[in-house]
Design a protein around this ligand. Sequence first.
Ligand SMILES: Cc1cc2nc3c(=O)[nH]c(=O)nc-3n(C[C@H](O)[C@H](O)[C@H](O)COP(=O)(O)OP(=O)(O)OC[C@H]3O[C@@H](n4cnc5c(N)ncnc54)[C@H](O)[C@@H]3O)c2cc1C
Length: 474
Amino acid sequence: MSLKSRIEKIVGNKYVSDGAGERYIYSFDMTENPPQKPIMVVMPSNVEEIQSIIQLANETLTPIIPFVTGQSVGGLTIPQVDGAVIVDLKRMNKIIEVDEESMYMLIEPGVTFGHVKQYLETHHPSLRYTYPLAPPYTSVMANALLQGLCDLSTTHGSMSDFINGLEAVLPTGELVRVGSGIMGDGNWFGRYPLPDLVGLFSGWQGMTGIVTKISLKIWPKKKVMGHAALFTFGEQSTIDLLKSITKSGVVEDIDCMSLSLVKMLMGIPPLVKPFKGEPDYGTVIVLSANSQKELAEKYEQLSNNVHLSNETEPRNLLIDWKTISKLMGEQANEWIDFPSDAFKVLTEHDGLTWVGTYIHPKYWATALEGGRKIVEKYDFELMAFLKPMNMLHFAEFKFIIRFPKDVQTVERVRQCNEELLDFALSLKAIPYKTPVWSARKLKKLADPSFFELIKRIKKLLDPNNIMNPGRLDV
Ligand SMILES: Cc1cc2nc3c(=O)[nH]c(=O)nc-3n(C[C@H](O)[C@H](O)[C@H](O)COP(=O)(O)OP(=O)(O)OC[C@H]3O[C@@H](n4cnc5c(N)ncnc54)[C@H](O)[C@@H]3O)c2cc1C
């Protein structure tokens, strides 16, 4: 019996395809990473079907790639080998449980940010999750497993820090649980005190198993929110101010962007040259509180911080969001109500990429300055983005490039990204959502025992190397 017939027996023939259309659609993403067609796409609907698919893949040595929407902006679902089957998990889209007391939700892989927001607002209005500047139709679980960032990252860190535990099918077909959920459902409150085996699945890009359920922390929704825009000049002065604001502890979240990116979000054509004397960076600041009085106090502390900075940079300017909305109209509010339409400005062309890294605070200003020079050299739009994470422990730092996918531009993008990564690595930054070419460069510079260790763990869990093989250059 052919592989396709055997998979059809597991999921039904409606949910398997080896048609040219499907093979093409699943062969690429928005990035410059080279496409490669899978041989088939399968859409299971439950854990038992996933187990049967994995057992079959193990027996027939068929590479399989977990997939939800393919929007990682890292080429992470593009097959690295011939003969791969994509396992599309969209049909598994249940929010299984929301625990109001311990504040977590237990969800399946296909649950999206839009779905979670709507569900919590309808059924649990006192609680909230956290949202990235990503399309609302992308997977919440995949983003947590990929250690992404979101609109609570300045206070709470990467989304993998929100994982309480999970259930996964191993590459050999067994179903396992890690975290407090080992005591049964209704008990997914945390990862400790246990060996922290979430690390066997977080950051692995689907190489160690298919996660079928994940418990993620949700948070009390504060009664009032406030937003402000901060305009600043020069890299070092901007970073000094961002650090003092973050350290003060009054803000919930901070996104610092090149002014050209701010202008794009406002609908101003990107290649209009900077106006004389315009600021270099625009930062969106989020405040939250349980009363208007508390919010006003927090805003005052924030203003004081900016006033202090005016002693050395008199042009730094803080504007409250009401004023921004009066100036810019409704579109200003689209930025702050995540998940929003603001991401659309990034997807204007068919190509989108970035070199994203997590980086030590001592390098933030150097990173912004050096990266800007590289992007300008390659003549791309300047779209720097920096978010202080987990208070001041580190930042997410990236230069975003949106581009039309013609051959010359793709080559220019590749060269620019290589140079950006070499520069970031020279500052000891760690690339995130790492495409293979980027993992290869990291491997050359990192302590070799780390890559030896992950190779050994991969071999232990996946002896036949069937799960998303080739990723992380392992
Ligand atoms: C315009 C735009 C803006 C974005 N902004 C942000 C942002 O602000 N912050 C941010 O963090 N991200 C951002 N992203 C990235 C993106 O939203 C996330 O990476 C996304 O949520 C991952 O979901 P996905 O459905 O695309 O996963 P996929 O790309 O389908 O999968 C991602 C990876 O996870 C693996 N995987 C998927 N499901 C499973 C599973 N069940 N078990 C094991 N492995 C699995 C896959 O094999 C793959 O390696 C942005 C993307 C776009 C297009």
